[in-house]
Ligand binder design. Structure first.
Ligand code: ADP
Ligand code: MG
Length: 356
């Protein structure tokens, strides 16, 4: 369906895309991953001509969309795009936002566009928000409306550029669930994402972009399980970090719990290890080392591919090593760490645990 040959694009003499080549079949769901600044957004923007490439070819069903006479408008109607920022019209209700394109560009009647908009709202789980205004919605809800609005144009291809990266971590999964449902509907999709679980579980192929090219591509099991090239390996094995400033304020435990659960889900931490980690965190802040007013900087590092997982509690006031305490709390904590941790070190007012 889409054939990309030797695509190149520079900005002010700096090459961003050097030689991008790819074939995409109808119905494929491609995840595009890679470090930031490697041209993932530029690549998507070239595909729907928001950006004009310097060289190469993009053929859609055999038709070169970079040719001088190419019908860019017709192309844009076949291809929808969902951005990181939702770009809804704030003065229009949810249903009006979705109806706008079909009425103005596809010349659908308001009645037909309204019926279709309600179907799409049902699909994204927001039927009851039809008459709400964007300002009344959460980030996750706005992005689901933006997806419904894109689908209202009946695109054959949908491009997603980091659709969840502007969202609060607790709202990521509701948006990914909608995209996942779409993926199984047969629509062709290219999704630039940092959500590795999504890339692994939902896509038919993964493109790893680096150095201005598709540096490695393959089935998710291959890219995540046995990446062949050095930079892909380094990227897949890199640490993902969760940070939280924790204080004795009562709402902090709840917020930490919600955000950390979302992080753990996104980064494939297995449920039993999540449970172990939660036990260790709980033991630390509720018994052995409760937070002072100054608070604790909590950091969790994990590497999805290797399963490495560590936890650090850095106190902003002096602490005593809970492992050298000789009371009941100390004993319980020692037992717990012996059972669940590879290593446990206390130094510089921080305690650092590497989990088994
Ligand atoms: P990614 O999406 O992988 O993070 P981008 O495609 O956004 O990467 O950007 C790649 C590089 O191109 C970056 O160095 C960025 O600063 C540069 N770039 C992107 N768009 C423009 C633009 N319109 N003008 C100048 N430089 C740009
Ligand atoms: Mg980008």
């Amino acid at each position: 369906m889409i054939r990309i040959n030797h695509l190149s694009k520079s900005f002010g003499g700096v090459p961003v895309l050097r030689d991008v080549c790819a074939h995409i079949r109808r119905g494929e769901v491609i995840s595009i991953i890679g470090p930031s600044g490697t041209g993932k957004s530029t690549f998507l923007r070239c595909l729907n001509r928001l950006e004009t490439p310097d060289g190469g070819e993009i053929l859609i069903d055999g038709c070169n969309i970079l040719a001088p006479h190419a019908d860019v408008l017709a192309l844009r109607l076949r291809m929808g795009m969902v951005f990181q920022s939702f770009n809804l019209f704030s003065h229009l209700s949810v249903v009006e936002n979705i109806m706008l394109g079909p009425v103005k560009l596809l010349r659908h009647t308001r009645a037909a566009a309204g019926t279709r908009a309600m179907e799409l709202l049902e699909m994204v789980g927001l039927r009851d928000k039809a008459t709400a205004y964007p300002a009344q919605l959460s980030g996750g809800q706005k992005q689901r409306v933006a997806i419904a609005r894109t689908l209202a144009m009946n695109p054959e291809i949908v491009l997603f550029d980091e659709p969840t990266s502007a969202l609060d971590p607790t709202m990521v999964s509701e948006v990914l669930a909608v995209i996942q449902r779409l993926a199984s509907s047969g629509i062709t999709m290219l999704v630039v994402t940092h959500e590795m679980k999504f890339a692994r579980d939902v896509s038919s192929r993964v493109f790893y972009m680096d150095e201005g090219v598709i540096y490695e591509e393959g089935a998710p099991a291959d890219i995540f399980g046995s990446p062949k090239r050095e930079k892909t390996r380094a990227f897949i094995h890199r640490l993902s970090t969760f940070r939280f400033h924790f204080t004795p304020a009562p709402q902090d435990a709840r917020t930490l719990n919600a955000q950390f659960t979302a992080f753990a889900e996104a980064h494939l931490i297995q449920p039993f290890r999540l449970h172990n980690l939660a036990m260790l965190m709980d033991a630390l802040y509720s018994t052995v080392l409760p937070p002072t007013e100054a608070g604790i900087d909590i950091t969790v590092n994990c590497a999805e591919a290797t399963g490495y997982l560590d936890l650090e509690f850095r106190y902003l006031s002096p602490i005593t090593d809970p492992l050298s305490r000789h009371d009941e709390a100390g004993d319980t904590f020692r037992l717990l760490t012996r059972r669940l941790c590879e290593s446990c070190i206390c130094a510089d007012n921080a305690i650092r645990l590497v989990l088994k």
